[in-house]
Design a protein around this ligand. Structure first.
Ligand SMILES: [Zn+2]
Length: 434
């Protein structure tokens, strides 16, 4: 039998091949990384030998390998779920069941489809996330979460999803149906407006639902930080300490908000590990991201990419082969000429399938991000101290059990930050004993 190559069949083939290649490349990269880490497990790299004990180095290697192995399971599960939704007919069945139950109601049925899809995916992810926290992070001593806190977080996230996500999805579906052919442009505008709003609201309204933020009360550190910010020409609304230790021993610091609403947030775990001059150097690095306009660049890039993405979706949603090729019968009622886009279906297919292709350009994004990190490091070296930043980085690598010996190709694909040895080399700092 010789099936003619219809656009739908071609879509199936291209998607299938891309998914296969995607999984194969990820598998290959992960196994390279596992081998690179295992190969160097026996000895601390020479330049770090004075700062990092062998035992710490080996723990980092074991942690890295454990996470990579688990990542392989997640990769297989993710690919199976995506295949299940698309070519194996899961989305089609769900859509059909909701059509039977609710009828072809223009807003309610697609909204129910989005919600049901999110719920099912959320249920599939639950055991994965629990295993990550209570088995892997736990085994290496990073987890600080009780089961109670984990469930509380989950309930809060679901509540936020219902309060914010459902009205947002309903609004988007309404826009898609009400604004005619240019719906994708309207949807893009609304989505971007929402993203900007969240940038302002997240730090002040949503983050406090999950963590406590208290003003930094360490006078010595506050003075240092204030002097640094004045030197760099920044004003922030406040310096806050976040109780990151409630959930994890991993440490971090970040700078959020816009204009006068800017705030600096230190994890309490970071303050516990670093000396004030080291904290100052880490903050100078964060300020470097602002000074070089990395945040704005990232937002502009996101705007441009989502514009292109929605334009593409706007076109695909009207093509029958797009649905059929991905295992879905679009509900195109004959009374509507059979050419009405199925927005919810199109949206779900699109958000499932696009990342499979986008993975192949991830080295570009990672390269850009690593370049930004180098620029921020250089800024920190000028405004604070290269030596203090280097000391802080070594401590963070050590405490977060990050590997010092990654595979170079793995780095190209995945690393948003340059590996430790490259950052140290660029800072030109000595690695001093801890
Ligand atoms: Zn950075």
């Amino acid at each position: 039998m010789n099936a003619p190559l219809t656009p739908a069949l071609l879509t199936t083939c291209v998607f299938g091949a891309a998914l296969l290649l995607n999984v194969a490349v990820k598998l290959w990269l992960a196994s390279r990384q596992i081998r690179a880490v295992a190969r160097h497990r026996g000895a601390v790299p020479a330049e770090f030998a004075r700062a990092i004990p062998l035992e710490t180095h080996q723990r980092a290697a074991d942690y890295t390998v454990a996470r990579l192995r688990f990542g392989l399971l997640e990769l297989a599960l993710g690919a199976a779920v995506l295949l299940g939704w698309t070519l194996l007919g899961g989305l089609d069945a769900l859509n059909g069941a909701l059509l039977d139950a609710l009828g072809p109601r223009p807003l309610l049925q697609p909204l129910a489809l989005l919600v049901a899809f999110a719920l099912i995916n959320g249920l599939i992810d639950l055991p994965v996330s629990a295993w990550q926290t209570f088995v892997i992070e736990q085994r290496f001593g990073f987890n600080r979460m009780s089961a109670r806190l984990w469930w509380a977080d989950l309930l809060k996230s679901v509540a936020l999803g219902v309060l914010i996500g459902v009205p947002l999805a309903a609004g988007a579906l309404w826009l898609m149906q009400a604004t005619g052919r240019a719906w994708w442009l309207w949807t893009w505008g609304a989505w971007m407006a929402f993203s900007l709003l969240m940038l302002v609201l997240y730090p002040t309204l949503i983050a406090p639902l999950f963590n406590k933020f208290e003003p930094l009360d360490d006078a010595v550190l506050r003075e240092r930080v204030a002097a640094l910010m004045a030197r760099c020409g920044f004003t922030a609304k406040g310096l806050f300490v976040m109780d990151g230790s409630r959930r994890s021993a991993h440490a971090n610091a970040y700078f959020t908000g816009f204009g006068a609403a800017k705030r600096v947030v230190f994890f309490d775990t970071l303050l516990a590990q670093l000396t004030p001059p080291e904290v100052e150097a880490v903050l100078a690095h964060e300020l470097g991201h602002f000074r070089h306009r990395h945040i704005v660049q990232r937002i502009v890039l996101l705007f441009a990419l989502s514009f292109a993405g929605l334009a593409l979706l706007g076109w695909l949603a009207g093509q029958g082969w797009f649905y059929a090729g991905l295992g879905v019968t679009p509900n195109l009622p004959a009374s509507m000429g059979g050419a009405v886009p199925n927005h919810a279906l199109a949206l779900l297919l699109f958000t499932g399938v696009v990342p499979v292709f986008m993975f192949f350009v991830s080295p570009l994004a990672a390269t850009l991000s690593r370049r930004h990190e180098f620029q921020a490091d250089a800024y920190a070296a000028r405004q604070a101290s290269a030596q203090e930043l280097s000391n802080a980085l070594v401590k963070l690598y050590k405490d977060n059990a990050s590997t010092l010996t990654p595979d170079p190709l793995y780095v190209r694909f995945y690393y948003s930050h340059p590996p430790a040895s490259e950052r140290m080399a660029q800072l030109g700092a000595r690695v001093s004993p801890a």
